[in-house]
Design a protein around this ligand. Structure first.
Ligand code: PMT
Length: 393
C-alpha cells in the first residue's frame, strides 16, 4: 500500500522508543521505504542496529559522520521524504521545532523538509500539560504541523494521565491515511489490461505488444485509493497485485465474457487492454504443417467489448483507450462517439516513450464533451493517478 512512499522517522529520546520499533516494522510490511534518524538520547533506549535491521536502511545519528553518498545528507534525506514522522516526540524536540533550533540530525532534517510533518508526542503528564509545551504545540499546529495525540493511561514513570505515545496501530493508520488518498473507497472498478491471444492452432496465435503495465498501474493505484478492484488481464509477465481480484483470460472472447458478466455491478470501467480486433475464422486443432505454398489465414472480427458496454451502460463511468499511430485526436474522438466513452486516453504509439511495453507513456485525454488535454511523457503510474483523478471529478 505504501510502495514508492518514503517515510523519514525522527526518533527522539524517551522510553516510548521501543514502540516506534513496532511502527517501523508495520510500515515496512506496507512496503514503505524508511529512513530512521535518531538523536543521541534515543540511542540510549534502543540501538540504531534495531532500526537498521527493520527498515533495511542505514540510520543516521551523528550529523558529522561519513555520508553514505556524496550528497549533502540532511538536505537529501529531507527532499526524499514523502512524510516526516517524529516519534516519540519529546518536549525537547517540540520546543526546538517551535523555535527554529536545528542542532542535530533530527531537528535539522525536519526543518529542511517540505514534506508534511506528523508529530507523536510522548512524555510525562506534567510535562505534556505544561503551558510552555502546550503553547509550542499550538504554535506548530498553526504552522501546519500535524499531531497524533498521545493516549491517556499509566505512564512509564508511574503517573496516570495524558502523555502515552499513541499505539503503533494508530500511528501507522494515521500516517497511512494521510499519505494515501482514499477517494475511491466504496467504488467498484473493473479494469482490463494486457493483450489477447487469438489461437491459430495449438502452437500459434495472433497477439500484440501490450505488456499490461498501463492497466496494472491503474489497478494498483485504484486499490491504493480504496476501490474494490477487479482486473481482467490478458496473458502478461507481471506479478499479481495483492488485494485485488484478478481474472486471467487469454482470448478476446474470454475477455468479453469476463467483463460483460461483471459490468452491471461496477461503478467504473477502464478498458486499457489491447484487445485483438481480429481472430482466425477457423481454429485448426492439430499443428498446421508447413508446405512450400503461401499460406493465407482467414480472419474474422472479434466482439468489440467496449462498444457493447457503451450500448448497455447505465451508471458506469466509462474510460477507454485508443492506440493510434496517425490522426490520433481525430481517431480517438470517433471512438468516443462509437463506444460511448466518458473519457478516452489516447497514445500515439509511434512516439518514443509512448504506448506498449515501457514504464512511460505519452497521452492525451479527451472528455466526451470534446475537451482535449495533452500530457508530456510520464510514468504509467503517474498517468494512472491522473485518469483516476479525472474519473472521480
Ligand atoms: O500494456 P502496455 O504495454 O502498458 O501498453 C499500453 C497500451 C498501449 C496497450 C494502452 O495504453 C492502450 O492504448 N490500450 C488500448 C489499446 C487498443 O486496443 O486500442 P484500440 O484503439 O484498438 O481500441 C480502442 C478501445 O476499444 C480500447 O479501450 C480497447 O480496450 C477497446 N476494444 C478494442 C477492441 C475490441 N475488440 N474490444 C475492445 O473493447
Amino acid at each position: 500500500m505504501l510502495k514508492g512512499k518514503h517515510i523519514v522517522i525522527g526518533v527522539t529520546g524517551g522510553i516510548a522508543v521501543y514502540k516506534v520499533v513496532d511502527v517501523v516494522s508495520r510500515l515496512k510490511k506496507l512496503n514503505a521505504d524508511i529512513t530512521v534518524l535518531m538523536t543521541k538520547n534515543a540511542t540510549e533506549f534502543v540501538t540504531p542496529l534495531t532500526f537498521k535491521s527493520l527498515a533495511l536502511n542505514y540510520v543516521v545519528v551523528d550529523m558529522f559522520e561519513e555520508p553514505r553518498t556524496w550528497e549533502v545528507e540532511h538536505i537529501a534525506i529531507a527532499q526524499r521524504a514523502d512524510l516526516f514522522l517524529v516519534a516519540p516526540a519529546t518536549a525537547n524536540i517540540i520546543g526546538k521545532m517551535a523555535h527554529g533550533i536545528a542542532d542535530d540530525m533530527v531537528s535539522t532534517v525536519v526543518m529542511a523538509t517540505k514534506a508534511p510533518v506528523w508529530i507523536a508526542p510522548a512524555m510525562n503528564t506534567g510535562m505534556y500539560t505544561n503551558a510552555v509545551v502546550q503553547r509550542n504545540m499550538e504554535d506548530l499546529k498553526s504552522l501546519g504541523y500535524h499531531f497524533i495525540e498521545p493516549d491517556s493511561g499509566r505512564l512509564a514513570c508511574g503517573d496516570l494521565g495524558m502523555g502515552k505515545l499513541a499505539s503503533p496501530e494508530r500511528i501507522v493508520e494515521t500516517i497511512t491515511n494521510a499519505m494515501v488518498n482514499r477517494d475511491l473507497e466504496g467504488k467498484k472498478i473493473l479494469i482490463t489490461a494486457g493483450p489477447t491471444q487469438e489461437a491459430i492452432d495449438p502452437v500459434r496465435y495472433i497477439t500484440n505488444h501490450s505488456s499490461g503495465k498501463m492497466g496494472y498501474a491503474i489497478a494498483e493505484e485504484a486499490r491504493n485509493r480504496g476501490a474494490d478492484v477487479t482486473l481482467v488481464s490478458g496473458p502478461v509477465n507481471l506479478e499479481k497485485i495483492s488485494g485485488i481480484e484478478t481474472i486471467d483470460v487469454v482470448s478476446a472472447a474470454e475477455m468479453y465474457d469476463a467483463v460483460i458478466s461483471r459490468v452491471d455491478e461496477m461503478d467504473i470501467v477502464i478498458k486499457s487492454a489491447a484487445v485483438a480486433d481480429y481472430k482466425p475464422a477457423h481454429y485448426v486443432d492439430k499443428k498446421m504443417k508447413k508446405t512450400d505454398d503461401e499460406l493465407s489465414i482467414a480472419l474474422e472480427r472479434t466482439k468489440d467489448i467496449a462498444k457493447y458496454i457503451g450500448s448497455i451502460k447505465a451508471k458506469q463511468f466509462f474510460v477507454g483507450f485508443a492506440a493510434e499511430s496517425e490522426n490520433v485526436i481525430e481517431n480517438a474522438k470517433k471512438k468516443i462517439e462509437s463506444k460511448k466513452f466518458d473519457l478516452i486516453v489516447c497514445n500515439d504509439i509511434s512516439q518514443k516513450g509512448a504506448g506498449f511495453k515501457g514504464d512511460t507513456n505519452i497521452v492525451s485525454m479527451i472528455s466526451k464533451d470534446g475537451v482535449v488535454e495533452h500530457y508530456d511523457k510520464m510514468l504509467k503510474k503517474d498517468i494512472a493517478k491522473i485518469i483516476l483523478d479525472k474519473t472521480i471529478k
